[in-house]
Design a protein around this ligand. Structure first.
Ligand SMILES: *[C@@H]1O[C@H](CO)[C@@H](O)[C@H](O)[C@H]1NC(C)=O
Ligand SMILES: *[C@@H]1O[C@H](CO)[C@@H](O)[C@H](O)[C@H]1NC(C)=O
Ligand SMILES: *[C@@H]1O[C@H](CO)[C@@H](O)[C@H](O)[C@H]1NC(C)=O
Ligand SMILES: *[C@@H]1O[C@H](CO)[C@@H](O)[C@H](O)[C@H]1NC(C)=O
Ligand SMILES: *[C@@H]1O[C@H](CO)[C@@H](O)[C@H](O)[C@H]1NC(C)=O
Length: 653
């Protein structure tokens, strides 16, 4: 037996091959199944089989790794791979309720479909991969959802399958039409196309009928314990006193619940799972609760609502989802997911969990985001400082940059580290570097008078819109007037010079970008010595001097005419610490300087034609997007992201 295993059919190699075709598969389970099948063919192992073959190791078993299943980069699927069931069609006898097999041997339960169910299922799907993106419409989507979309929609797209957008709307109290509309819009903006838009509430009737069937089978009961009692009994592994009530009684009470004859909280329907199981997510989870609240989608037809645990697996099954993908916190719910489908003899999707996305300096819990918004710590769900998708969009970040960030971090089951927000910013810059045209804006202007330039003279210069713009294309340049009065950033002038400083200082020169070197000749002070009102300088029209520092600047476009004024909003990280989620007083960690508004910044004249949707690199300041608050009188720009974090620290380079 072992000889055959090791030489004719190396089990490791076999596993490796299977794993290649089925990256979603459970590695341990694969190996066990292969060994089981081989045992069926070759007969049971004998003592002799356990003796290690003496021959030198020829082929090391291929390393079976759970890591790095990159959806986006996997090879195109084979015909066989398109059908995720070819390896483990299960005999019919497995389709029984076996509560004891869940987690009892440390294994995670997985899909076991009968041949008959599978054939029907394959007929309905045509063997296509079917996934779903199932947000609950109780808030705006954040960057964590971008990862879920990337996996759900991305897998379907890559495998030529379909992905549902399913609103998991089982809780009528938290859900709103506003959120439903927003989610639909943002999914589209992210570049994904749902196969169909469905609602868990579309299935309320079917879910209800299955609940009745479950009671009939003796696998659900109406319970009257309070939430506290349920919790206590779960901890003590004790059955509810109503657990073994007659089926007829539960049927009648469930009917009364549906008809609104029982008060809220006075009864629930519970699944008869396994109170002895160490996994509390198997201790008779609640299937239905009474809520006298109309539903935003289903209207006032129901006053009993299914729980997530009851509805989610069943709707996955009813929609014939092939791969039900979710984050790792849900793996503890996998047994109950399958318990219910097994109990009702329904088709079982393949469940696979991946690690959730955590990003530094931000908050991803919907509950906490909700607090930040409702208590007005930020300006709404689409505040540019939040990593909600709407916030990122308003800040001028493209869906493309978000998706390439997600692709970059990869999809794994193990790596649950905190991803630094800089990594996202890197991808945003990468893209904007290619798409945003350059221009010049001065945030905090300091007046510079060029003493050796005639009054009234304006020299028109060419600013480059693109760093590697072709010289012969007029559209690659913007007009930059140079005149007697120009403005530079206040921070680009220092009275005290030093060696590592490249800006302007008394007696020192700097180059004005696209223009001439200037040398500071005089400093004009206001009433106190800290108050510098004006700099006098001489320019070098021959450009013979070669100063190291390069400054951005804006000139008076005509004598006596102020430069174009624009409003600029600068954003910093919303939280001071890396991981505010772990702080008790996380609100106290909010960065007081996360938003700065500069009312009157100066801009070059060409910026006047900017329109909503335009994106720019303001030289040395960062990338900026035209804001919806702009008026014909005044343009408003929000900073999308800084350039690398060099500016403002050591002065210009
Ligand atoms: C799912 O598959 C079943 C057959 O197993 C079929 O009857 C049903 O219509 C399919 N449902 C959907 C939503 O495609
Ligand atoms: C199920 O597991 C989750 C996550 O560990 C936990 O928060 C929840 O309380 C569990 N459910 C029950 C009914 O114990
Ligand atoms: C710009 O910032 C303001 C102030 O925070 C915000 O209300 C607005 O939504 C932002 N707009 C864009 C396009 O980012
Ligand atoms: C990521 O978030 C989850 C859920 O909030 C948390 O349990 C986990 O500890 C976080 N991981 C890190 C590395 O912060
Ligand atoms: C932007 O792109 C240019 C090439 O077009 C490259 O030289 C430069 O280093 C890039 N800048 C950043 C900040 O990535």
């Amino acid at each position: 037996w072992s000889l055959i295993l090791h030489f004719l059919l190396p089990v490791g190699g076999l596993c490796g091959q299977v794993r290649k075709r089925h990256p979603w598969g459970d590695a341990k389970a694969t190996k066990e199944e292969i060994e089981k099948k081989l045992a069926e063919i070759l007969g049971p192992k004998t003592e002799a089989d356990n003796v290690k073959p003496v021959k030198k190791k020829k082929e090391k078993p291929a390393k079976v790794e759970e890591k790095k299943v990159a959806v986006a980069t996997a090879a195109p699927p084979s015909e066989e791979e398109l059908n995720p069931y070819t390896i483990f069609p299960q005999p019919a006898e497995n389709n029984k309720v076996h509560t004891e097999i869940f987690f009892s041997d440390g294994n995670i339960w997985r899909a076991h479909n009968t041949k008959e169910i599978l054939e029907k299922h394959l007929k309905a799907t045509g063997g296509k991969v079917m996934t779903r993106f199932p947000p609950e419409p109780n808030g705006y989507l954040h960057i964590g959802h971008a990862k879920a979309m990337f996996i759900d929609f991305g897998l379907a797209k890559e495998r030529n399958g379909h992905c549902y957008l399913r609103f998991d709307d089982t809780n009528p109290e938290a859900e709103k039409k506003e959120y439903i509309d927003h989610i639909q819009e943002i999914v589209k903006w992210m570049g994904w196309e749902p196969y169909k838009v469905t609602y868990t509430s579309d299935y309320f009737q079917a879910l209800y009928e299955h609940a009745v069937e479950l009671i009939r089978k003796g696998l659900a009961y109406v319970d009257h314990q309070t939430a506290e009692q349920i919790k206590e009994y779960r901890e003590k592994k004790m059955n509810s006193p109503w657990r073994d009530r007659p089926i007829e009684e539960s049927l009648q009470l469930f009917e009364d619940m549906r008809r609104g004859l029982i008060a809220e909280g006075a009864a629930t329907l519970r699944m008869k799972q396994d109170m002895q199981n160490d996994n509390k997510n198997m201790s008779d989870l609640i299937a239905y609760r009474i809520k006298f609240t109309p539903h935003p989608h289903a209207g006032d037809k129901w006053c009993i609502y299914p729980s997530y645990d009851y509805a989610h697996c069943m709707v996955d099954s009813l929609e014939n989802i092939t791969h039900s993908l979710c984050t790792l916190e849900f793996d503890i719910r996998r047994p109950s997911y399958y318990w219910l489908l097994v109990a009702l003899g329904l088709y079982q999707p393949h469940v696979w969990e991946y690690s959730r996305l955590n990003i530094s300096h931000t908050m991803m819990s919907k509950r906490k985001l909700n607090r930040l918004v409702t208590e007005k710590w930020v300006d709404g769900w689409d505040d540019p400082r939040l990593l909600t998708l709407a916030g990122l969009r308003r800040r001028g970040v493209s869906a493309n940059a978000i998706n390439s960030f997600i692709r970059g971090i990869g999809i794994t089951r193990s790596d649950n580290s905190l991803i630094r927000v800089d990594r996202l910013e890197y991808h945003i810059r990468e893209e904007l570097n290619k798409t945003a045209s350059r221009t010049m804006v001065v945030l905090h202007p300091l007046k510079v008078v060029i003493t050796n330039l005639e009054d009234g003279k304006v020299i028109d210069l060419d600013g480059k819109k693109w760093p590697d713009a072709p010289a012969d294309e007029a559209s690659s340049y913007y007009k930059v007037p140079f005149s007697k009065i120009i403005y530079i950033e206040k921070t680009d002038f220092r009275v005290k010079d030093s060696k590592d400083y490249y800006g302007l200082a008394p007696g020192k020169s700097a180059l004005l970008r696209y223009a001439f070197p200037i040398k500071c000749t005089e400093v004009i002070y206001g009433d106190n010595p800290d108050d510098i009102v004006e700099i006098r300088a001489e320019y070098d029209p021959s450009k013979t001097s070669k100063p190291k520092g390069v400054l951005h600047w804006v000139a008076q476009p005509a004598p006596g005419v102020d430069p174009l004024k624009v409003e600029i909003r600068l954003f910093e990280k919303l939280f001071l610490s890396e991981n505010p989620a772990e702080l008790e007083d996380w609100l106290g960690d909010l960065n007081p300087h996360s938003k700065e508004v500069v009312k009157d910044a100066y801009a070059v004249p060409s910026l006047a034609t900017a329109v909503l949707g335009d994106k720019f690199q303001f030289e040395r300041l960062g990338y900026f997007a035209v804001d919806t608050d702009s008026t014909p009188e005044k343009l408003v720009f929000n900073r999308t992201v800084t350039l690398r974090d060099s500016y403002g620290k050591a002065g210009p380079k």
